[in-house]
Design a protein around this ligand. Structure first.
Ligand code: UDP
Length: 244
């Protein structure tokens, strides 16, 4: 997959959900069960179009290793706490998906037998082929990485056609839309142009993995109704980053 025109033919995708996407904006609660339920309904709508979906949950609504480390904590330990935070989000999403009647498995990169299967690539592949949603929890299982990198890694090893990066922003802009009201959203942009123009899409490890493995990234706003399905079907929402 390398061009935006291919968007309608995705067979398997990895949906990257930032932790913040599960929090009510402005709320002191880390996670909103109502928002998780809404996201689950969105995923079900997308599944009904026939695409296979793996989900990578972030954990930033609870904890970020780099922030804790900047405040004096040992970085590796702080990152393990962050990875455990992603498991909370994964379990909440699994519960909401099952309430919608969606078959769903959580696989954790840090073994946690009581609540999740361990991450086993071949098993995850089988689950996806059988139309289960597989939620990949606990990041890569290693500190010093992000869940964006996890999404790039899982997309590469699971043979996904694209990463759907669901955020609170509706795409990639030529400048910061919060600071510049004239900022223009890209409908499509190449990996090369992102680098040349220093556009922030993902951290550099995640971005490089996607670029090297020719995995398009679709950045879109998870807030809009039906947006996962719209982004999958090639509607003009968000931004597609591709090889060109
Ligand atoms: N994390 C990690 N290794 C990984 C993935 C995540 O150490 O492979 C930790 C890291 O501390 C990170 C936290 O988990 O800050 C939560 O993930 P992330 O910041 O990517 O979540 P998001 O911003 O997507 O909510």
């Amino acid at each position: 997959m390398s061009s935006p025109q291919d968007a309608r033919s995705f067979k398997r995708v990895i949906l990257k959900l930032s932790g913040e996407a599960l929090r009510e904006p402005g709320s002191k609660d880390n996670i909103s069960p109502e928002i998780v339920e809404r996201v689950a309904k969105e995923i079900k709508l997308a599944l009904d179009t026939g695409v296979e979906i793996g989900v990578v949950c972030g954990g930033g609504n609870f904890w970020r290793g780099a922030s804790a480390s900047a405040r004096g904590m040992d970085r590796a330990t702080a990152d393990y706490v962050g990875m455990l935070a992603t498991v909370m989000n994964a379990l909440a999403l699994q519960s909401a998906l099952e309430a919608e009647g969606v078959k769903c498995v959580v696989q954790s990169a840090i073994e946690m037998k009581n609540v999740a299967e361990p991450f086993i690539r071949r098993k995850a592949n089988r689950h996806l082929s059988n139309n289960f949603v597989v939620i990949f929890a606990a990041g890569t299982g290693s500190p010093f990485f992000s869940t964006d990198t996890t999404a790039a890694l899982r997309a590469s090893e699971m043979g996904a056609d694209a990463i759907m990066k669901a955020t609170m922003v509706d795409g990639v802009y030529d400048s910061d839309p919060k600071k510049n009201p004239e900022a223009v959203r890209y409908e499509t942009v190449t990996f090369h142009n992102c680098l040349a123009e220093n556009l922030k899409v993902m951290d550099s490890t995640a971005f490089t993995l996607c670029m090297d493995n020719d995995i398009p990234i679709i950045v879109f706003d998870i807030g809009g109704c039906g947006n996962i399905t719209s982004a999958l079907s090639g509607d003009d929402i968000g931004t597609i980053i591709h090889k060109g």
